[in-house]
Design a protein around this ligand. Structure first.
Ligand SMILES: Cc1ncc(COP(=O)(O)O)c(C=O)c1O
Length: 348
């Protein structure tokens, strides 16, 4: 649906969505309290609902996905520890080095395929202080990203997710999932989210991406972990007062914007297949499993293509000199996809 004041096709990110009038109505009428004092009923409702959906004891409303991951890392580790994650993960590339600055951790990077790690490579990357004469840092946390942003929206199989969590625990590490787009992954792999995260100690999910809320993420885990996370949220300055106005958008999103993600995936596949046919562009169609399309251009041409697309009213982002990203979300219609395809054709 097009409920925003623009005649452009904005494919830069699924974070650009604007709250629809129905969502705004739910926000405007939300009952609120002071969430730092623990009495905002709408935040409490959202936290309880998310915990139930994910089959965990508790959850915590936080301002952003970056803060949610940062709190999880801080709560699971001690300064001097090492975290293990995929080489193109959001935690490594796009969170300002927060794991080092806020948690004092080093990072062991695991090579991935389309952003996804192999369990054996995770095992190899975990370094433990025990048995190393104190030489190694203590690997204490393994993070997976599902779906993988830089992997082009690729998704883990349940088997691999279970195996990675098993390896983490066998090595006395916690297992954290950056599930910024977990509902996209769940729909793409036809998996129930509670089953997906069964073996994970913490999960971060975003309400402000495909789900269409303006602000907000949730950190999910057992009660003890969430109590600790609550303390770190306070220290990181993430306690919000009448946050029920924002939590109401999350509740609305859970009611209305989860099942429809399937439509975004169908549109992403349509765009990917059409662009892949064009001379000068290629798309790894196997990686187009959810709402993202990563398009390879001729060497060094990405910015020029983005500029030409913009002249046709279609906004995209460069990922590197030869890669463009297009993300499908709830403001993108079938007509928008056809318009984007025509725009790509006219850039050739
Ligand atoms: C995989 C992943 N994790 C975390 C985040 C961080 O979310 P936020 O922008 O709310 O900080 C993003 C944002 O795009 C993301 O793609």
């Amino acid at each position: 649906m097009h409920e925003h004041p623009s005649n452009r096709v904005d494919l830069r990110s699924d974070t650009i969505t604007q709250p629809t009038s129905a969502m705004r109505e739910r926000m405007a009428t939300a009952e609120v309290g002071d969430d730092v004092l623990g009495d905002d009923p709408t935040v409490i409702e959202l936290q309880n609902r998310i915990a139930e959906i994910f089959g965990k004891e508790a959850s915590l409303f936080v301002p952003s996905g970056t803060m949610s991951n940062a709190i999880a890392i801080r709560a699971h580790t001690n300064p001097g520890d090492e975290i293990v994650t995929e080489a193109t993960s959001h935690i490594y590339i796009y969170e300002g080095g927060g794991y080092a600055a806020l948690s004092g951790c080093s990072i062991a990077l695991v090579p991935g395929r389309a952003g996804l790690m192999e369990p054996a490579d995770v095992q190899k990357a975990i370094r433990k202080v025990d048995g190393s004469f104190g030489h190694f840092p203590n690997g204490s946390l393994v993070c997976v990203e599902n779906s993988s942003n830089r992997g082009g929206g690729s998704c883990y199989s349940q088997e691999v997710l279970d195996e990675i969590a098993h390896i983490a625990h066998a090595n006395d590490c916690a297992a954290h999932m950056d599930g910024a787009r977990i509902f996209n992954a769940a729909i793409a792999t036809k998996t129930d989210v509670a089953r997906m995260v069964r073996d994970y100690d913490s999960i971060s999910i975003c309400l402000s991406k495909g789900l269409g809320a303006p602000v907000g993420s949730m950190l999910i885990g057992d009660s003890e972990f969430i109590a600790l996370a609550h303390r770190w949220r306070k220290m990181f300055g993430g306690g919000m007062r009448q946050a029920g106005i924002l939590a109401a958008a999350g509740l609305f999103a859970l009611d209305h914007n989860v099942e429809r993600l399937e439509e975004d995936h169908i549109r992403a596949k349509r765009l990917a297949a059409a662009v892949n046919e064009m001379l000068g562009f290629s798309v790894d169609l196997d990686s187009v499993q959810s709402n993202m399309v990563y398009i390879s251009t001729a060497e060094g041409e990405a910015q020029a293509v983005v500029d030409r697309l913009a002249n046709h009213g279609v906004d995209t982002l460069t990922i590197d000199e030869s890669t463009i990203r297009a993300v499908i979300h709830l403001h993108i219609t079938d007509q928008d996809i056809e318009r984007a395809i025509t725009a790509f054709e006219s850039t050739i």
